[in-house]
Design a protein around this ligand. Sequence first.
Ligand SMILES: C[S@@+](CC[C@H](N)C(=O)[O-])C[C@H]1O[C@@H](n2cnc3c(N)ncnc32)[C@H](O)[C@@H]1O
Length: 280
Amino acid sequence: MRVEEFLAEVDRAFDGDPRTSAPRDPRFVGIAESVNGYTSANELAVLNAAARVMPVDECYLEVGSYKGRSMCAAVQDVDDKTFYVVENYLEFGMQGRAARVELERNLATYAAHADVRLIEGNCFALLRRPGIVDRPVGVYFYDGEHTGLSHYLALGIIEPWLADEAIILVDDASYPMVSGAHEEFIARHPQWRVERRWDAEVNGDPRWANGLHALSFRRDAATARGSAESWDVRWRRLAYLASLGPGQKAAWKAIHHFPGLIPLAKTLYPSKKASQIDPG
Ligand SMILES: C[S@@+](CC[C@H](N)C(=O)[O-])C[C@H]1O[C@@H](n2cnc3c(N)ncnc32)[C@H](O)[C@@H]1O
């Protein structure tokens, strides 16, 4: 994936400076209005720009589809490429089969032309599994859980799967714990850099929701395929799998069964998205 091509395609997708203007293509506003979700029309236009310029021998991988809004937009006019969605049906009232049915219905409406492959489970466990995707990841969109640890790990865990040059789009990046996590990661991993920051001016900004950052990765000798996992990623992965992951799973399940806990979740979960919890 050529980073420069992606940046040029983003510029073409907007009427002016993307930070202050709307996408040229009105379909993204339409998708944002008709598919339940959390991404804004501007974010959807950026995701689609990335998919458009991604080579066919690479794939697009999204973590956190919810009901499919971001994936429905990413695939618009892209019918010859491979898209993966990883979703654990846990947060925001996403419980099991019912959630999957709604996601599949939206994909049938907006993405029937595209090759979208659903992978169910926790990304931090799944992305250690050999052969989970069938080609290098040219575009990675991370919109999963938003803790500092998860965000750091979200970058570390994908690195072995990335194409030699890749674009990584991080949602909710205006939150300090999100941008802080990728800045900390980049400080240790010089193959990565921040290319663009489309920040939210207010929480839930109409143009950029909670902010989107575009990162790039360029593989070098230190990150050659088959390299051992670095220690900073390894200890975080083990810590996550041992404690944070199972703890969050239990908490979201409890909220689903006992909606009276929602006020407590809003206090504990440090993001606007907690105010949008749908108990089912
Ligand atoms: C904010 S929502 C995604 C919104 C969606 N991209 C949109 O455009 O509306 C986050 C989703 O990530 C999923 N998720 C959170 N942590 C995850 C993980 N570790 N692995 C897989 N999915 C995860 C949640 O179940 C939830 O559906």
